[in-house]
Ligand binder design. Structure first.
Ligand code: ATP
Ligand code: MG
Length: 354
């Protein structure tokens, strides 16, 4: 078996790294780490401070004694478009040509601006059609991320859409049941990625501009505190709701965390309803949550109440062998859902992208 890529998920608030190693028929955890990213380093998916990001990756790699060079990265947000298409069944050069046409029809950027990849999901449906997943990402943005990783001394060899890495993570981490539709929602700092998978196949993807910052900004606005203060209140409030010390967190913060969770749940529901309106699946069997902001304890409950679908915070390492002498198990347990996209990337083996 070829060796695994290092999964690196570069976010606007933190870099998450996962390295796996095949160990018999299962995967073993080889390395894991999270490094904070300073505000204004990445804004709206665009890297504004190249040097700061290079340093963050270098610091992380040094701190966790990372070995290996090959990395798999993810891109998300407005610069990535994923579309599931139904076209007449075909293959080879005819399919390539058809996909070029589909790119021009379906992607709102000029052809020169984007990098494109596609994957055949179903070769032939009973009606002689085929289902293809088309992924396009803005070349300029992808190049920015590739350059950061290169300048940090690594070889970026795979660039995946975050939504697809998320699906890979759930598939490898807990698996999909046949005949069931599930939603996976990664709630980050600036973006949330919603992905609906039906019978193990990607059916619907959408990135929404809501996440941890939605909470932080609401606290800042209502309590008139700094961004840092609001962030501390948020995380403190989140821990307090889990039963820890709550003396320093004003009651008001809990109310805001609830209110914003309900707004965020409403926003997710709108996208799920949009998919459900013309989906063949009557309902979702489950909603998996990941990303740093799924640690706001009010959020899973708000989503479950709103959707009436069982909500589960994903543990991508559920089936991974972890050497408890090398890793802090408590740290890993809390942060495993945060590293879900990185885990999905870490399952990839070297393969070209373009
Ligand atoms: N214990 C916690 N309680 C509440 N929120 C938390 C907690 N830990 C992290 N967060 C929030 O999670 C967010 C970071 O999550 P994550 O690392 O998934 O985001 P990111 O990938 O950097 O962001 P994006 O993908 O949107 O650019 C921040 O908004 C942070 O405040
Ligand atoms: Mg993220």
């Amino acid at each position: 078996m070829a060796k695994q890529c290092i999964g690196l998920d570069i976010g606007s608030s933190a870099i998450k790294l996962v390295q796996l190693k095949p160990s018999g028929r299962v995967m073993g955890l080889q390395n894991f780490g999270i490094e904070p990213v300073q505000p204004q380093t990445i804004v709206d998916g665009v890297i504004l401070n190249h040097g700061a990001l290079v340093d963050a990756i270098k610091n992380l790699a040094k701190r966790i004694h990372l070995k290996g060079k090959d990395m798999a990265l993810a891109v998300s947000g407005n610069s990535v478009i994923i579309k599931r298409l139904t076209i007449p069944s075909m293959e080879g050069a005819a399919l390539d040509e058809q996909m070029e046409w589909e790119v021009r029809q379906n992607i709102p950027f000029s052809r020169e601006e984007v990098l494109v990849d596609y994957e055949v999901l179903i070769k032939q449906t009973p009606t002689g059609q085929m289902e293809v997943l088309l992924v396009a990402a803005k070349r300029e943005i992808v190049q920015q991320y590739l350059q950061v990783v290169r300048d940090a001394g690594f070889s970026p060899i795979i660039v995946d859409a975050a939504a697809l890495a998320l699906q890979n993570a759930v598939e490898g981490g807990v698996g999909f049941a046949a005949g069931e539709a599930v939603a996976i929602i990664n709630v980050g700092a600036t973006y949330s990625t919603l992905s609906i998978v039906s019978s193990g196949r990607p059916s619907f993807n959408r990135d929404l501009g809501i996440g941890g910052h939605t909470y932080t900004e609401a606290i800042q606005r209502h309590l008139g505190v700094s961004l840092d203060g609001a962030e501390a209140y948020k995380v403190g409030g989140a821990y307090a709701a889990l039963g820890a010390q709550s003396d320093v967190v004003p009651q008001e913060v809990h109310r805001i965390l609830w209110q914003v969770s309900e707004q965020v749940a409403e926003e997710f529901q709108r996208s799920i309803d949009f998919y459900m309106n013309d989906a063949i699946d009557a309902r979702l069997g489950r909603i998996y949550l990941s990303g740093g902001s799924c640690l706001v304890p009010q959020l899973p409950k708000a989503i479950q109440d709103r959707s009436r679908v069982p909500v589960e915070i994903i543990n991508p390492f559920a089936r991974v062998v972890v050497d408890t002498r090398r890793f802090d198990v408590d740290y890993l347990r809390v942060n495993a859902p945060v590293a879900t996209i990185a885990f999905g990337l870490a399952q990839r083996r070297p393969k070209d992208f373009e």
